[in-house]
Design a protein around this ligand. Structure first.
Ligand code: UD1
Length: 432
C-alpha cells in the first residue's frame, strides 16, 4: 500500500487550482438514474469515490463515456467530462459489497424507487466517523408513499401503484444525505413535495440546479424549505460541478500552517465565509478575489480559535480535523466542538504522535498549542483526518510518513502534485 512522505518546514508560495466538488459530483452522477436521456457533467474530479460510483451506476444499467481529453484550467489539467445515460435500468439492487465501500451510493435508493417503483439497496453499514444511521432518508421516502422494509441488511422499498406521491417531509435534524435522497425521489413523484429543515449545503443546491436543468420544478434552492413539483419524466442536461469548498478550505489551512502566499484558483469565497472568519482569527490574511482566494501569513504566530461545527453556513465538520491540525502550533489554547458526528476525533491520537497536546472531553477537543511538532509515522483513519496529518506533517520538524493513504485518494485530486508545485516536500512512495 502507498505511503505519503512529508518533510516539514517549507513555506508554500504559488497557485493551486481547485477541483470539482466530490460531494456534488456524487449526487449529480446519481441524478442520471432519473432519466433515459443523457446527463453531461463537466468538471468531475478524478477520485477513487467517483470511480467507485461509476461501477455502481453501471451495475444499474447506466452507460458512461468520458471525454478523452481532460478539460482543465492552466497547466494542471483537472476534471473530466462525463456523459451518463441510463436508458434502461437493468438492476434495481445496490449490493452490499458496493454500498459498504461508499456511503453516498445509498442515495441511489430515491431515484431508483421513483423511476422503477421498487429498489433494494444495502444498508451502508458502520462508518469510522460515527454510527451514521439512515432513518431520516427512510422516513422521508415514506412520506412520499414508499413502503419500506429491512430484509437481511437491505432496504427494500416499493412505491404505491401509480408511483410515489408528493408529501410533506419535515426533517428533525439537518441531513445532507437525506435531503439529497428525498429530493432525487420527489422530482419524479406525483404532485408537490415540501421539504422543511432541508440541508442548505452548496452541493445540495448544485444538485437542485442540475435537476432544474433536467426539467424539474424546484423552489427555494439554497434555503431550508424546498418546494418540488414532481414531473412524469426528466430530460437531458449539461451541468458543471461546482468547486470543492472542502478542498479549498483544506488548502487554505495548509497555506496558513506553512506560511507564505498561496492563491486558490477557480473557487468561491461565499461557500466558506465562516471557515475563512475562523482562519482570520488565527492571524491569516484571506482575500476574496472573485474567482480566486489569496491566503497569506508572513511570519506571524498562529492564534488560537474557539469554534464548533455546524450545518452550512456554519463551520463545516469536513474541515474540523484540518483546523485542529493548524492550531496544534498556536500560541495559546483552542477549543473545537464537533456537533455533527459523534466520533470524529480519530485524528487526535495520530496528531498526538507528532507532539500535539490535545485533550478530548465528550464532543470537544482542547488543543494547547505547542512550539514544535516532530515528524513520525502516522496512520490515516478517514478522508478528512488523513489530510489533517498532511497539514501537521508540513508544520513538523523532520519526516512524517502517512499510511493508509487510500483515504486521501477518495477525496483529494492530485494532492501531492498541487502542493509540490508550491514548494512543499511531499512524495508518494509505492512499495516494490
Ligand atoms: C455528507 C457529506 C459529508 C459531510 C456530512 C455533513 C457527502 C458524500 N458526504 O455526509 O462529507 O461530513 O454530509 O456535512 O456529501 N443522520 C441521522 N439519520 C440519517 C442521516 C443522518 O441521524 O438518516 C445524522 C448523522 O449521523 C450525522 C448528521 O445526521 O450525525 C449529519 O449527517 P448527514 O448530513 O446525513 O451526512 P452525510 O450525508 O452522510
Amino acid at each position: 500500500m502507498d505511503l505519503i512522505k512529508v518533510v516539514g518546514g517549507n513555506q508554500l508560495n504559488g497557485v493551486i487550482p481547485i477541483s470539482g466538488a466530490k460531494n456534488a459530483a456524487l449526487p449529480l452522477m446519481i441524478a442520471s438514474l432519473l432519466t433515459d436521456e443523457g446527463l453531461t457533467l463537466k468538471n468531475v474530479p478524478n477520485l477513487a469515490d467517483v470511480n467507485m460510483l461509476t461501477r455502481i451506476l453501471r451495475n444499474h444499467g447506466c452507460d458512461l463515456a468520458v471525454d478523452g481529453k481532460r478539460a482543465g484550467r492552466g497547466p494542471m489539467q483537472l476534471g473530466d467530462t462525463f456523459h451518463l445515460t441510463a436508458r434502461e435500468i437493468v438492476d434495481t439492487t445496490a449490493p452490499y459489497d458496493m454500498v459498504s465501500r461508499m456511503r453516498a451510493s445509498f442515495w441511489v435508493l430515491g431515484p431508483l424507487l421513483a423511476r422503477m417503483g421498487t429498489a433494494r439497496v444495502s444498508l451502508p453499514g458502520g462508518c469510522a466517523i460515527g454510527t451514521r444511521p439512515v432513518d431520516l432518508h427512510l422516513n422521508g421516502l415514506k412520506e412520499l408513499g414508499a413502503d419500506i422494509e429491512i430484509d437481511a441488511g437491505y432496504v427494500v422499498a416499493n412505491a404505491p401503484k401509480g408511483g410515489l406521491v408528493g408529501g410533506r417531509v419535515v426533517f428533525p435534524k439537518v441531513s445532507v444525505g437525506a435531503t439529497i435522497n428525498v429530493l432525487l425521489a420527489a422530482v419524479l413523484a406525483k404532485g408537490e413535495t415540501v421539504m422543511e429543515n432541508a440541508a442548505r449545503e452548496p452541493e445540495v443546491g448544485d444538485l437542485a440546479d442540475c435537476l432544474v436543468k433536467m426539467g424539474a420544478k424546484i423552489d427555494g434552492i439554497g434555503t431550508s424549505t424546498l418546494h418540488i413539483q414532481g414531473r412524469d419524466r426528466l430530460d437531458a442536461a449539461i451541468h458543471s460541478v461546482l468547486p470543492d469548498r472542502i478542498e479549498t478550505g483544506t488548502f487554505a489551512m495548509i497555506a496558513a500552517a506553512t506560511g507564505g502566499d498561496v492563491t486558490l484558483e477557480g473557487t468561491r469565497y461565499d461557500f466558506l465565509a465562516n471557515a475563512f472568519d475562523a482562519l482570520r482569527q488565527t492571524g491569516v490574511t484571506v482575500e476574496d478575489k472573485g474567482d480566486s482566494i489569496r491566503i497569506t501569513r508572513n511570519g506571524g504566530a498562529i492564534e488560537p480559535v474557539s469554534l464548533e461545527t455546524q450545518p452550512f453556513p456554519g463551520f463545516p465538520t469536513d474541515l474540523q480535523a484540518q483546523i485542529m491540525a493548524l492550531v496544534t502550533r498556536a500560541s495559546g489554547t483552542s477549543v473545537i466542538r464537533e456537533t455533527i458526528f459523534e466520533n470524529r476525533f480519530m485524528h487526535v491520537q495520530e496528531l498526538a504522535r507528532l507532539g500535539a497536546d490535545i485533550h478530548l472531553h465528550s464532543d470537544s477537543a482542547t488543543v494547547k498549542g505547542v512550539a514544535t511538532l516532530t515528524g513520525a509515522p502516522v496512520m490515516a483513519t478517514d478522508l478528512r483526518a488523513s489530510v489533517s496529518l498532511v497539514i501537521a506533517g508540513l508544520m513538523a520538524e523532520g519526516e512524517t510518513t502517512i499510511s493508509r493513504v487510500y483515504h486521501l485518494d477518495r477525496g483529494f485530486e492530485r494532492l501531492e502534485e498541487k502542493l509540490t508545485r508550491c514548494g512543499a516536500d511531499i512524495t508518494r512512495v509505492s512499495p516494490g
